[in-house]
Design a binder for this molecule. Sequence first.
Ligand code: NAD
Length: 319
Amino acid sequence: MLDKEHPMKPSILLTDGLSENGQAILRAAGQVDDRSGIPADELLGTIAQYDALIVRGRTKVTAEVLEAGTRLKVVGRAGVGVDNIDLAAARARGVIVVNAPQATTISVAEHTLALMLALARRIPAADRSMKAGEWAKKRLIGSELYGKTLGIIGTGRIGGAVAQRAAAFRMKVIGYDPYLIEEQIRQNGAVPVSLDELYARADYISLHIPLSEQTRGLIDAAAIARMKPGVRLICTARGGVIEEDALLEALESGQVAGAGLDVFAQEPPGATPLVAHPNVVAAPHIGAQTREAQARTAEDIANEVLRALRGEELRWKIV
Ligand code: NAD
């Protein structure tokens, strides 16, 4: 623990990298070891030396890691989703878990709109055909976002930012979020509806929910069957919220006309039939991969982890 009167430099381990601006903040206060990509067994062997661990999505902070981390005071997630951290085990061991939930919102929202536009205007197919020396103008008929209904499942930070941007395209935005009151959903830019109504009305459905036991497999065959035929699905949340076999079947039948996927049940997924499907625009989990989001995330998580080590009040304490 950092003690203001008897400062002792804490040891901080990075296992998934961190932008230089965040590392500089940490170095000013402690000893920083950048071991990006460290395998799970080596992490288990070395974690006992550290007061703080900063991860992104790759490192699995399991109960074993937390148990081996006998000095560990805080785990920082440089980003939003904490589904790679065993929160119950952290709570049981008194290890603080913090994240940087605001830093990536704009980048993920912009990426979501990029996927919607890529699907609507078939940009990846257009680019592929040009690079093959073709001029596929007649074949590449697209559609407008204008006037279409966008159903947002999870109208929190990112869902709200997507709603605002979709409104600028003059889409009708409806939203479902069982944990927000209707007024909050409205403030976040969507007209509140039930999940059934959202499925029945939406031309585009975009998922902005965390992966949890409640949301795992939310978009399964039964849910897809309740959607409008020809719906387009966008997922920049987490892979596990969609049952990928059901989605592939629906793409093949035409029930789902297109899918923009940034996240997959298993990452990397490889060239699966889902990734290879012509009506899928796939990206390798790059929602937060912008210079701006990474710099903001690094600054936020570095400061929050140092606050945790100093015993100060926290802005984004999860556990
Ligand atoms: P947030 O907490 O602000 O919003 C999530 C919303 O989902 C909340 O309002 C919550 O009430 C709602 N929700 C929870 N369960 C629900 C359910 N069953 N049905 C409908 N709504 C439900 O989080 P955020 O910052 O908007 O991030 C959303 C998710 O985006 C994260 O959990 C993360 O998994 C994902 N994400 C992905 C990337 C990426 O790189 N693609 C980057 C950042 C975040």
